[in-house]
Design a protein around this ligand. Structure first.
Ligand code: MTE
Ligand code: MOS
Length: 771
């Protein structure tokens, strides 16, 4: 399709411009309509989840009599009221919507109660009495690993011969890193509003990154066909991966109540319950043995991940795959054995979070580099440089993909220069020599991130474009908007095809009834996939309109050009709207469904080999920090970032994504600490105990640039590159700078677990002093 139209051959009037997010003003004015802002239909019920108060055990009895006796409480439903299947597993099976007998984590949904308003529903939920037989919970990955309790079999990637490489190595180093988890802390907590229709129809408004999965699970739980469920998503107040699989729990529970009552139902989680009952970033322990030559060049490494899956698989399998396939980060590892264990614990089932395992892989890689530098007393950036994938000589990752369009050296060199590395390195060393209390640290690190879902089948998308007779355009596609600016980027693509102003393109909510069988908006692929599908749809309409225009101007199609909301040929022109009307009059269709599937990718999930990624993005960051050695407190004083976005579709949105991702990554690595007590109760369930970065944590000096002349060598949408997740990992520079500050009094290796809270920094400071 559209062989004659490649995105790169189209003139750029709209694509590449820093146009504001379509909802920017509505967001700040409070006028953007989120699900909880929608006018409620008459008779709407409000639901609340009843969740377990123990981490592990057996349900002996459930008594909802007191709750149901409350004025305004309507009904209480449990597993036995589910007409279809009690299973909402996104990939595997056996992940119940409501616990039937077995309780596997504290906060596990047991049932749903519905009342006249949310406060009453929550009160009634607490009044449901559940008796348990309490069992001992497993709460940490080491114990689960010792007992061989996993939710999935291990994944193992083997390249070359590590044992032989380590035997021949000049040095072998061992290490271990505790990597913290992270709550998504989206501003809008999980929510769904379900409206029953005729027959078995169910309209579902869901705050989800994955409308198709919500559609399938609602149908599955209700025992109906997928075509009875229509899911709509205008926007999310943030998703960050937390609404990729987890939104199905909320939507299915609400739909169940609608199904039984034939009434509209709203289910919104309060923050504390959202944090208790929905999954997070996987905390992991990584362990390694790495062999290097005398110069610190890596000969081979053995890496093992213990990932906290929680009680069930959810998305843990692919999260571990991405950790494994990002353990090389920017570095050529000729011999590798990388193993990931999906440890089963009696905690909430962990899920996608921006980077999707990549961050855990990259921080392990960078901790290894940092260790090599410390042990051999080399400058960390020199160790990086000699281990970088060679520029375009076809070096291959441990999983078998050739590293193409390698931007590591250009990105690093340009960044070190713009960040004034040499001068600042000297200044900081001088500062530390005379300031024992407030110490400073400086670090640079690169990120190479693979773009595409690891599973090839997910890399497809659809779009639906209509041109109306007044020349205005209706745009719909399978991607969802969570604040990342996807809708504007895709609108820019369509405006560019027709060469019309972007405000003539109506951005509309994602809807399973319009574009079916979509993938989650995830893996940073939203604009790559949906942008190309919309491009294909618009281009097909345009080529038909070209035929009409050629007839009108009595010339060849090749003479006709679209420009500035007009259509031109032979020195004459008519408005685009007039051509739309003419097309209708000639009975030429002005509507098209577009489709796109990413080319070139393939993957063997058994051996973890193939070409999982269409291309790589590259970026690098320099961070400067200060620590107070008396209190352990730290600040990031300055950050410099250079990120490869190919030919950016929208540099304003991309800069926002980079800044936001970096600060979110800082939160993960410095202040966001999840803390469970010995009973398995999460104690950090709100902003008072769980500290996300605030505006004052943004580095006071924050220089972010996009790499110039970086057109994607692959035929992506207008030669752009994805941006959503990769810059989160650049915050690992802050972690490395903290290590630099802590270690500035000596050159040997020491541990710093994440998040690098004041407590953990103090403990590393005292540990290092003892050496
Ligand atoms: N930006 C905002 N403002 N809000 C979000 O929830 N999610 C991130 C990233 N940027 C997110 C965000 C995640 S986890 C992903 S995978 C991508 O956006 C998804 O969107 P994209 O594929 O369109 O980049
Ligand atoms: Mo993003 S973690 O792929 O939703």
């Amino acid at each position: 399709m559209n062989k004659h139209m490649q995105t790169s051959s189209i003139e750029r009037s709209t694509v590449g411009k820093g146009i504001a997010h379509d909802s920017a003003k509505k967001h700040v004015a409070g006028q953007a309509i989120y699900i909880d802002d929608m006018a409620e239909l008459p008779g709407t019920l409000h639901a609340a989840l009843v969740v377990s108060t123990i981490a592990h055990g057996i349900i002996k009895s459930i008594d909802a009599a007191d709750a149901l006796a409350m004025q305004g409480v309507h009904l209480f439903l449990t597993a036995k009221d589910i007409p279809g299947h009690n299973d909402i597993a996104p990939i595997m099976s056996g992940e119940p919507l409501f616990a039937d007998k077995k309780i596997e984590h504290l906060g596990q949904p047991i049932g749903v109660i519905a009342a006249d308003n949310i406060e009453l529903a929550v009160k009634a939920a607490h009044a449901v009495k559940v008796e348990y037989e309490v069992l001992e919970p497993v709460l940490d990955v080491e114990t689960a690993h010792e007992r061989k309790e996993y939710v999935l079999p291990p994944q193992e990637l083997i390249q070359g011969d590590v044992d032989a490489a380590l035997k021949d190595a000049a040095h072998v180093f061992e290490g271990r890193l505790e990597i913290g988890g992270q709550d998504h802390f989206y501003l809008e907590t999980q929510i769904a509003y379900t409206v029953p229709g005729e027959d078995d129809d169910m309209l579902v408004y869901s705050s989800t990154q994955h409308p198709t999965e919500v559609q399938h699970h609602v149908a599955h739980v209700l025992g109906n066909l997928a075509n009875s469920v229509d899911v709509k998503v205008r926007r999310m107040g943030g998703g960050f991966g937390g609404k990729e699989s987890q939104a199905t729990i909320i939507a299915s529970a609400a739909a169940l109540v609608s199904h039984k009552t034939r009434k509209p139902v709203k289910l919104r989680l309060k923050r504390a319950l959202d944090m208790t009952a929905t999954g997070k970033r996987h905390d992991m322990v990584s362990k390694w043995r790495v062999g290097v030559d005398a110069n610190g060049k890596i000969l081979g490494m053995y890496v093992e991940y213990l990932a906290r899956a929680g009680y069930s698989a959810d998305l843990t399998g692919p999260v571990i795959t991405r950790a494994i396939t990002h353990t090389d980060n920017a570095y050529f590892v000729p011999n590798a054995r990388i193993v990931g264990h999906a440890c089963k614990t009696n905690t909430v089932s962990n899920t996608a979070f921006r980077g999707f395992g990549g961050p855990q892989g990259v921080i392990t890689s960078e901790a290894i580099i940092d260790q090599i530098a410390r042990e051999l007393n080399l400058a960390p950036n020199d160790v990086r440089a000699i281990n970088y994938y060679a520029p375009d000589n076809g070096e291959v990752t441990p999983y078998g993909q050739q590293v193409e369009q390698n931007q590591l050296v250009p990105v690093t060199e340009a960044l070190l220069a713009s960040a004034d590395w040499d001068r600042r390195r000297t200044e900081i060393d001088r500062h530390n020599a005379t300031n024992p209390v407030i110490r400073k640290g400086l670090a640079m690190m690169p990120v190479k991130f693979g773009i595409s879902f690891n599973l090839p089948s997910l890399n497809q998308a659809g779009a639906l474009v209509h041109v109306y007779q007044d020349g205005s355009v209706h745009l719909n596609h399978g991607g969802t908007e969570m604040g990342q600016g996807l809708f504007m980027k895709v609108a820019q693509v369509v405006a560019e095809v027709f060469q019309i102003d972007v405000d003539r393109v109506k951005i509309t909510e994602t809807q399973t009834g319009k574009v079916p069988n979509t993938s989650a908006t995830a893996a940073s692929t939203g604009s790559d996939l949906n942008g190309m599908a919309a491009f294909n749809a618009a281009s097909a309409i345009k080529s038909r309109m070209l035929g009409v225009a050629a007839k009108h101007f009595q010339t060849d199609e090749t003479d006709v050009t679209f420009k500035d909301n007009q259509v031109h040929a032979k020195g004459q022109s008519i408005p685009f709207s007039e051509l739309a009307k003419l097309s209708w009059a000639h009975r030429v269709s002005l509507s098209e469904a577009g489709y796109y599937a990413t080319p070139k990718i393939h993957w063997d999930a058994k051996t973890l080999k193939g070409r999982p990624f269409f291309y790589f993005t590259y970026g690098a960051a320099v961070a400067e920090v200060a620590i107070d050695t008396m209190t352990g407190e730290s600040r990031c004083l300055r950050a410099d970032i250079l990120q490869d976005c190919g030919e950016s579709l929208n540099p304003a949105i991309d800069l926002g994504q980079i800044e936001g991702a970096f600060v979110q990554g800082m939160g993960w690595l410095t202040c966001e600490e999840l803390w469970w007590d010995k009973a398995g109760r999460l104690r950090t369930i709100g902003p008072s105990t769980y500290k996300i970065p605030g505006s004052r944590d943004v580095p006071p000096e924050f220089n972010v640039s996009l790499l110039n002349n970086a057109s994607n060598i692959e035929e992506t949408i207008f030669r752009s590159k994805a941006v959503g997740e990769p810059p989160l990992m650049l915050a690992i520079s802050v972690y490395l700078a903290l290590k630099d500050a802590i270690g500035s009094n000596k050159d040997r290796n020491f541990d710093l677990k994440t998040p690098a809270t004041p407590e953990n920094i103090l403990s590393s400071l005292s540990g290092s002093a003892n050496r």
